[in-house]
Ligand binder design. Structure first.
Ligand code: GLY
Length: 328
């Protein structure tokens, strides 16, 4: 698809609002994110309608937490949410019935850590931080990551719930391996926080594609693909079909485009464009990005209508439809 055919549709309007500090009164919930003041101060954005997760990051930021710690707090909410079948406990298993988790983190100093294909550990974003801070490496995989976690006192948890086991057993009757656009409107949680010190940190956590091949790893633990931050410029995170994000090194691309002067919105649009230029717009997978710059301006773009993201600033935690999508 040629660039001139990129006919994105602009959406405005919020779906839900949640106030964080009790002292702040009700706010207009119908404003477009274009009208959000880019006042300095804590900002937290995350993929999908993870209201409680973004609220946890917001509360942490308001009480003075650094950006990375706040982002991990948000990830932990969804990692524990057994109803969320795409992250942590209760995440969908691979085709053999094993739940394997991927996560990454990055801080304002450019430090990063990630874990891939981890079993039996719930809080993999925190584990990725431990890889970053307590090992000389940036990535640990599989059994090695699990052993490292247990050496630090992480508890062994069976991640496959009765419900996700039943869904998987149902799936094995046909074993169809087909991506589902928007995956019931939630997927990987990716969080970007701008803290009171005006530093940016972020995290990603996912169980990856449901019923994936054993050993399949997506974009989320790959620094530059699922997550990238340059504290002088901004940060980006991805959700959706990881293979397509990896092929275009999406999050790094967005930050580099911002470095060249694009706004977070323009940079996200271009990253989606890089995928649809090659694959067309009528693809049966979703990819979405959110990005933030150093001033707290945000952008979001995706292939198909249906992606939403959370935005917290100035006491308001709000869910927005994506700013721009290509296909409906
Ligand atoms: N975006 C998550 C994955 O593809 O694994």
């Amino acid at each position: 698809m040629k660039r001139r055919l990129f006919l994105g549709k602009t959406l405005a309007g919020s779906v839900a609002a949640l106030l964080i500090p009790k002292a702040i009164s009700a706010q207009d919930t119908s404003f477009s994110n274009k009208n959000i003041k880019t006042a300095k101060g804590p900002v937290s954005i995350c993929t999908w309608q993870f209201i409680k997760a973004n609220a946890a990051a917001a509360a942490a930021l308001e009480s003075g937490s650094d950006a990375l710690s706040a982002a991990i707090k948000a990830a932990e909410v969804e990692e524990l949410n057994e109803k969320n079948t795409t992250v942590g406990y209760g995440g969908s298993p691979d085709r053999e019935g094993n739940v394997t988790l991927d996560a990454s983190v990055m801080d304002h100093l450019g430090n990063c850590g990630s874990v891939v294909a981890v079993e039996n550990i719930v809080h993999v974003a925190a584990l990725a931080r431990d890889v970053m801070e307590k090992t000389p490496h940036v990535m640990l995989a599989g059994e090695g990551a699990e052993l490292f976690a247990k050496s630090l006192g992480y508890k062994h948890t069976e991640l496959l719930t009765e419900e996700s086991k039943e869904s998987w057993e149902e799936w094995t009757k046909n074993s169809k391996y087909k991506p589902i656009i928007n995956i019931e409107n939630h997927d990987t949680i990716g969080i970007l926080c701008l803290d009171k010190e005006e530093n940016i940190g972020g995290a990603c956590s996912t169980s990856g594609l449901g019923y994936k091949m054993k050993g399949r790893v997506g974009d989320s633990p790959i620094i530059g693909s699922g997550l990238f931050i340059d504290n002088t410029i901004g940060g980006a995170v991805a959700t959706g079909m990881g293979e397509e994000v990896v092929k275009t090194v999406g999050s790094f691309l967005i930050v580099e485009l911002m470095r060249q002067g694009r706004s977070p919105q323009e940079a996200c649009d271009e990253a989606i464009n890089r995928i649809t230029e090659k694959q067309g717009v009528d693809v049966d997978f979703q990819v979405a990005y959110i990005a933030i710059d150093k001033q707290g301006n945000v952008g979001s773009s995706c292939i198909h209508k249906g992606f939403t993201y959370m935005h917290y600033q100035n006491g308001i935690n709000q869910n927005f439809e994506v700013n721009k999508y290509i296909n409906s």
